[in-house]
Design a protein around this ligand. Structure first.
Ligand SMILES: [Zn+2]
Length: 342
């Protein structure tokens, strides 16, 4: 297929992912699994200081707003009409740690249920931290919550694996989703580490949706200044046999800065974090786009009881903005119906 300028940016064709050597070393030695989560955050903050100084070449995305692909895309006006309200919101939670799975998750569920809201939990199907209880997952699905696969393991190794190993992990995670009888098969790349082959393997394995592309990412190590430059779901492209193929999976961009980024990279107060989220969400509302959140139920992030009040305040801010609140499964299904993949 012919690639337009908006496709070019949306699919990060101008970007070479560069997971850094220092991280690779840590991952290779298995260090990352043993570094306590909180220190791991400072470890990554530290790495961020070591990244090369920004040059015009490296500064490829603006932060926190960059929707150039939408500006260039003639179908953006049509996409704005998708929502039943003025805009859409997806709340996702990546369950990275044992405490996140055991405590933070249920607390998020409780707070959201109090506000009559739902979210999507991305769980690690073969985690070194926790073991999934299928009955617990079934009860969440029964209550209207959604579940995606957060990779197969959360060891930070994905981007360094061979293509066959990448395919294998993606396919094993899909098997786990099928065994859990989830409403859809969805994916969130651990650490948002994407590779040039990831979309192809997800598509060929039969995933319904993926949510691993930020609209603009300022801080993920090796992926800083990357992003799909869109605040709308899209069908990503992948390269095969010299041509570009459009995936049948719906890519749900992560268009809101993560709790982790604001807490550890920008070191903001809760008040400032809430202000950043509110401002960006208002911008997305004015464009009729999708605000896609990631908040971690882990103790180091918004899952810690000390942040629960701020989380409730965020839920209230979202509710007051009056969006259409969707799960990833619902969005993927409805998006495919309204805009079928070609
Ligand atoms: Zn994660």
């Amino acid at each position: 297929m012919k690639v337009s300028k908006s496709d070019y940016y949306r699919n990060e064709m101008d970007i070479q992912y560069q997971p850094p050597g220092a991280l690779q070393l840590g991952v290779g030695l298995g260090l990352v699994e043993y570094i306590p989560y909180q220190i791991r955050n400072s470890f990554v903050s530290l790495l961020s200081l070591l990244r090369p100084k920004a040059t015009t070449d490296l500064k490829r995305r603006k932060f926190p707003i960059d929707d150039l692909a939408d500006e260039l895309d003639p179908t953006t006006a049509e996409k704005r009409e998708f929502w039943e309200k003025e805009f859409g919101v997806i709340i996702t939670h990546d369950v990275d740690t044992k405490e996140g799975y055991r405590f933070g998750l249920s607390k998020f569920v409780e707070m959201e249920q109090e506000m009559d809201m739902v979210s999507t939990f991305n769980i690690v199907p073969d985690s070194f931290e926790y073991k999934i209880d299928p009955d617990f997952i079934a009860s969440l699905v029964h209550d209207g919550f959604d579940i995606g696969m957060h990779g197969l393991h959360h060891d930070g190794k994905f981007a360094f694996l061979t293509e066959e190993e990448q395919r294998e992990r993606i396919s094993r995670a899909a098997e786990c989703a099928k065994n859990l009888k989830l409403p859809s098969i969805g994916y969130r790349a651990p650490w948002l580490h994407r590779t040039k082959r990831m979309v192809q393997y997800l598509t060929e394995t039969g995933y319904d949706w993926d949510s691993s592309f930020p609209d603009t990412d300022d801080s993920t190590i090796g992926y800083a200044s990357t992003g799909s430059r869109t605040i709308f779901p899209f069908y990503p492209l992948y390269r095969k046999e010299g041509g570009w193929i459009q995936s049948s999976l719906v890519e749900i961009p992560v268009s809101m800065p993560q709790d982790w980024t604001l807490l550890y990279y920008y070191k903001l107060s809760e008040e400032s974090i809430l202000r950043v989220w509110k401002k960006k969400m208002e911008y997305i509302k004015s464009r009729g786009g999708l605000a896609g959140f990631i908040l971690h139920p882990d103790q180091e992030d918004f899952g810690h009881p000390k942040h629960h009040r701020a989380y409730k305040a965020l839920l209230k801010i979202i509710q007051d903005a009056d969006p259409e609140l969707l799960t990833c499964s619902d969005l993927a299904r409805r998006w495919k119906k309204k805009f079928p993949p070609s």
